[in-house]
Design a protein around this ligand. Structure first.
Ligand code: TA6
Length: 294
């Protein structure tokens, strides 16, 4: 259905009839609700759904670049473009019997190719599983006719909704090396126990495990993030000062969000013509008995 400003708005409902649901604008998931219709993703009250400005929240997809360098927009242009429903999803397997899903495709315009001179097909499948789990699969194929390979970096820039950032823990990134965007991007090593949050954080963890857990004390809920083809993980909260400096971010909203992003940043992915890369993200929630301060 036509959503805001021309973005196609798509609603996925759980095939088993539960009230779990997912909303997308173009290739951007903006809402993921569980069977109790609780919103699990953060979307700023000041988010604009107006291309080409990126939507502040949900799951923006960073491609062909994570971060800001060179002439490409910060986090690439895929998140700011129109996607179309792909009725010919040949590359995706058909085992979707118990899932609600939509297939979208994005190809670069002439203007895009002036920014990044490559031909590609970016197919995205967004699926809602029978248990309310949210799955995103990206397939990016190099369709350069004249034999040119290309390299890119990528992230599912996921904004999780949390009750209180000061009572959130992240498990799975302990003892790993990370690049710190707040300290001139040197390489550091994380300490030995779960991450907790008292101030701005902007770290790119390298060679991370397939599964990362985000524990919300107040809700007694754990988000489980599983990823494939995405070795790194970015953890970001702007905290008060940076949040106040963003027009599309409410002053106190930093207290109720945390970005944990399945990513490929340290080692760009290179595709020869005809080659295809697949990056998969699966999000689910489980009850957790974590008590803060443990
Ligand atoms: O993922 C962390 C980060 O790279 C931060 O440095 C911050 O810039 C954030 O992304 C948001 O970027 P955006 O371009 O969406 O405002």
């Amino acid at each position: 259905c036509k959503g805001f400003n021309g973005y196609d708005k798509v609603l996925l409902r759980n095939p088993r009839g539960s009230s779990a649901e997912v909303y997308l604008y173009g290739g951007h998931v903006t809402s993921w609700k569980n069977e109790r219709r609780e919103e699990l993703l953060f979307l700023s009250s000041k988010a604009t759904l107006k291309p080409p400005k990126a939507i502040r929240g949900g799951i923006p997809i960073c491609f062909p670049q994570f971060g800001s360098h060179g002439t490409i927009d910060q986090h690439g242009f895929a998140r700011n473009r129109f996607w179309i429903i792909d009725n010919d999803p040949h590359p995706f397997p058909t085992n979707t019997s118990n899932k609600a899903f939509v297939d979208l495709i994005f190809k670069p315009s002439e203007a895009d190719m002036k920014i990044w001179p490559h031909n590609f097909e970016f197919r995205l499948r967004v699926a809602l599983g029978p248990g309310g789990e949210l799955m995103l699969t990206s397939r990016i194929r190099n369709t350069n006719p004249e034999g040119k390979p290309f390299s890119f970096t990528f992230a599912y820039h996921t904004y999780f909704s949390v009750s209180d950032i000061s009572e959130v823990r992240v498990e799975g990134l302990e003892t790993l090396d990370y690049l710190d965007n707040l300290q001139k991007k040197e390489l550091f090593t994380e300490q030995g126990d779960a991450l907790t949050f008292e101030s701005e954080v902007d770290k790119i963890y390298l060679s991370t495990p397939t599964k990362i857990a985000i524990l919300d004390h107040e809700k007694k809920r754990t988000f489980e993030l599983r990823k494939d083809g995405l070795p790194d993980a970015v953890v970001w909260n702007p905290w008060e000062k940076k949040a106040k400096a963003m027009a599309d971010f409410g002053d106190d909203e930093y207290k109720h969000m945390l970005c944990v992003e399945a990513a490929a940043v340290e080692m760009p992915i290179t595709l020869k013509p005809g080659e295809e890369w697949k990056g998969r993200l699966e999000l689910s929630t489980v009850p957790s008995s974590y008590c803060s301060g443990q």
